[in-house]
Design a protein around this ligand. Structure first.
Ligand code: PEP
Ligand code: MG
Length: 369
């Protein structure tokens, strides 16, 4: 929604007096209490500059997105509803790189049937006016279970039945969802993406269900089927996956949690779970190299795509599609236009050799374009 926010500040926050003047600098993760006059003035100047930058980016939101050296980068937006699709369009996004379909499945007693799903997907696809829509198959797990999906209690839901594992555990749900997606017109606008892939077998099993659904509906056209790279297993075997997947999209939220072994919802770890950790960047690097072997494109649909600081590194590693929060898309485009891929590559190589996410962020700060 474009509103600055910070979380997990700890108990010290409760000591702040009511009515105190605060500077909330969410970019740097700093909350200044009762700032002095020079600090306040500096913050106001920074705010004015930021607003001017945002306004300029918004004015150019619908212009094409190409780097200074002529490389085309696709800027998409993540969606989870029809309203999000409208926001994506208004902010100049060139499509949706991730439709989280959970909105249709949660908070209800029975799963949505094929007709209801087809209607909802069609409404979102139509709202995007023919632009690409990447629909992610249901991504629920033990912590988000619905009454009609009684996932047995698990000690570690993040490591349990979730994502594609649930789809293959209850294949009739997957089949219904795939059939609904295949009914959207024009055929081909929707691509399908599978979450939480850990091995090629899972992609093959989903493809088998997709082929069955296509046969049933008499669809003979190619429908793109891609994978999310969210587990270290998927990142290090990206070459194997890319041999059979049409595209790879990196879910940096989960990838970071699994690479660093840090729960993405744990407030004590919030300050340290940073997708710019060199270990995560090395996984992204490996993903891009694996995909390149089979000439597949790699996108990022996790939160890192909405972190403008990360963009030159992602492009330098070989990412060519960014699916961000809709409100950030104009700034993502503006940043891409100011970059040359050649220098991004140099920056990315250096980033991989840093010792910490802080060092990576410092390195980017000193990088021009
Ligand atoms: C991710 O894990 O980065 C992702 C895009 O999926 P979600 O945030 O829905 O888990
Ligand atoms: Mg995820």
């Amino acid at each position: 929604m474009g509103i600055p926010a910070m979380v997990a500040l700890g108990g010290a926050l409760l000591k702040v007096k009511d009515g105190a003047t605060l500077i909330l600098d969410a970019d740097s993760g700093v909350l200044r209490v009762a700032p002095d006059a020079p600090a306040l003035e500096a913050a106001q100047t920074a705010l004015a500059e930021r607003q001017a930058r945002k306004a300029a980016a918004q004015a150019a939101a619908h212009d094409p997105c190409v780097t200074k050296d002529g490389v085309r980068i696709e800027v998409f937006a993540n969606t989870g509803s029809l309203n999000d699709a409208l926001a994506a369009l208004a902010n100049g996004a060139e499509g949706s790189g991730l439709l989280r379909t959970e909105f249709l499945f949660l908070d209800r007693e029975t799963p949505p049937d094929e007709n209801e799903q087809a209607r909802q997907y069609q409404a979102i696809a139509s709202a995007l006016e023919g632009k690409p829509l990447i629909i992610r198959t249901l991504d629920v797990g033990g912590d988000t279970a619905a009454p009609y999906l009684p996932i047995p209690a698990e000690e570690n839901p993040a490591l349990g039945l979730r994502g594609v594992r649930v789809s293959l555990w209850r294949p009739h749900l997957l089949k219904t969802q795939l059939r609904a997606i295949l009914r959207v017109r024009p055929l081909g606008q929707c691509k399908i993406m599978v979450p939480m892939i850990a091995s090629l077998d899972e992609l093959r099993a989903v493809r088998a269900v997709l082929e069955e659904a296509k046969r049933e509906l008499g669809v003979t056209e190619r429908i793109e089927l891609g994978v999310m790279i969210e587990t270290p297993a998927a990142a290090v075997t990206a070459d194997l996956l890319a041999a059979e997947a049409d595209f790879l999209s990196i879910g940096t939220n989960d990838l970071t949690q699994y690479v660093l072994a840090m729960d993405r919802g744990n407030p004590e770890l919030a300050a340290r779970i940073d997708a710019l950790h060199p270990a995560v960047l090395r996984m992204i690097d490996q993903t891009c190299k694996g995909a390149a072997r089979h000439h597949r494109w790699v996108g990022v649909c996790g939160g890192l795509a909405s972190d403008v600081v990360a963009i030159p590194i992602l492009l330098g590693l070989g990412v060519t599609e960014l699916s961000s929060t809709a409100s950030i898309a104009p700034e993502v485009k503006a940043r891409v236009r100011g970059l040359s891929l050649e220098s991004c590559r140099g920056l990315a190589a250096q980033a991989l050799d840093q010792a910490s996410p802080e060092a990576v962020r410092a390195l980017v700060k000193s990088f021009g374009a």
